[in-house]
Design a protein around this ligand. Structure first.
Ligand code: URA
Ligand code: ZN
Length: 383
């Protein structure tokens, strides 16, 4: 393995050509629409403004991904299919497409160049499970087995719907069990946001659904997962949260307090709610040093809350910001958030790198972990 410090992007997306063709064949959202002038537009969100977003080779061409990585000094990317994955498909189609896309992604990664001075590839991936209503449990388990057999696929990406009823659905229990056993990392990513009525009537582009809706969706889904007890039953399950866990770090003490005051829930969990934040992983896609520092503090205090109803004084004076950095990982969200005017480096990338660099209380060791060391370990990339 290369001895230099590596920059690893754990939050970077692709619409594989096979998937882009499915979107091109559709007449309702999600779809790729060709305009009269030949340009293609992406319409994936329910209230996407009429023209959709410009979409092009940066969404599906591997050379474009590698060029973007070179331009930003990214050594390795763990590439995931972008939303809305297979959510809109009938079970039989989702099952076949998941299988084929997982094979496509393995070949996208395994035939990628190696990082200089090493045999390690530059691209790894998150596979897909056919997580749609009416799918059989066996086909979900078969997909976990398929992905486990693909050596460059190190995890799975999933949205928040599960098989239709969310992530606290009992039907998912065998899936969590298989994922925990497999060692695959579950990357939990939003798509639906929250009720669009919350955004009012003014035209604000994508700002409200992306800046607020996405992170609130992740927060709710993760909280429901915690409340279901799945993290108690499967302590080896490794879940990576998009966008630094949304607002869960900010609300975790409130959550703990609400649990402690609720007779239905109070005895359900093995630990205080804040404990589970130390079991989770957070991408560092938060665009600000203060936010990353705060998330790191919240992760680092988790250990103080291993018993339900632990005193809020438990963590006082004991938080060690450096400790939390072990569960945080650099990401870009490429190819989303392209610059509005041509620039050499993308603002979305520079801001996330600057944020890591600027966290008070993180030394070079912690920053290097977040930039790549944690990803090498979490995804076992030396193998
Ligand atoms: N917009 C999306 O639709 N998905 C992302 O991952 C980021 C922005
Ligand atoms: Zn994303």
């Amino acid at each position: 393995m290369a001895s230099r410090r590596l920059l690893v992007d754990v939050h970077t997306h692709v619409y594989l050509p096979r998937y882009a063709n499915v979107l091109r064949g559709r007449s309702s959202v999600p779809r790729i629409l060709k305009r009269a002038n030949g340009d293609e537009r992406l319409l994936i969100l329910d209230h996407e403004h009429s023209g959709g977003r410009p979409v092009g080779s940066q969404y599906w061409d591997r050379d474009e991904k590698l060029k973007f990585m070179d331009r930003h000094g990214i050594d390795i990317s763990i590439v995931s299919s972008a939303n809305p994955w297979l959510d809109f498909l009938p079970a039989s189609t989702a099952q076949t497409l998941a299988h084929d896309l997982n094979e496509d992604l393995e070949s996208y990664c395994s035939t990628s160049p190696s990082i200089s001075g090493s045999t390690m590839k530059r691209l790894f991936g998150f596979g897909l499970l056919p997580l749609v209503p009416d799918v059989s449990t066996q086909s979900l388990l078969d997909a976990v087995a398929q992905i486990s057999s693909l050596s460059h696929i190190k995890g799975i990406i999933m949205g928040t719907k599960g098989v239709g009823k969310g992530l606290d659905d009992d039907a998912l229990e065998p899936v969590w069990e298989a994922l925990a056993k497999s060692g695959l990392v579950v990357f939990l990513h939003p798509h639906y946001g929250v009720d669009a009525n919350a955004w009012g009537e003014k035209e604000n582009g994508h700002v409200l659904p992306l800046a607020l809706g996405f992170p609130f969706e992740t927060t709710i889904a993760t909280t429901r997962l915690i409340l279901s007890g799945a993290l108690d039953r499967h302590p080896t399950l490794r879940v990576l949260l998009a966008h630094s866990g949304g607002v869960l770090p900010q609300l975790s003490s409130r959550l703990a307090s609400c649990i402690a005051h609720d007779p239905v829930v109070t005895s359900r969990l093995k630990h205080d709610a804040r404990y589970y934040l130390g079991e989770l992983y957070f991408d560092a896609v938060a665009y600000g040093a203060e936010e990353l520092g705060f998330v790191s503090d919240v992760i680092s205090r988790a250990e103080c809350f291993s018993t339900p109803g632990a005193s809020t004084k438990a963590s006082l004076g004991k938080t060690d910001r450096a400790l939390g950095s072990k569960h945080m990982l650099f990401g870009t969200d490429h190819p989303f958030f392209p610059p509005l005017t041509a620039t050499d480096k993308w603002m979305s990338v520079v801001e996330n790198l600057d944020a890591i660099d600027g966290v008070t209380g993180w030394g070079e060791v912690e920053k290097d972990r977040v930039r790549g060391g944690n990803a090498i370990e979490l995804f076992n990339l030396s193998k």
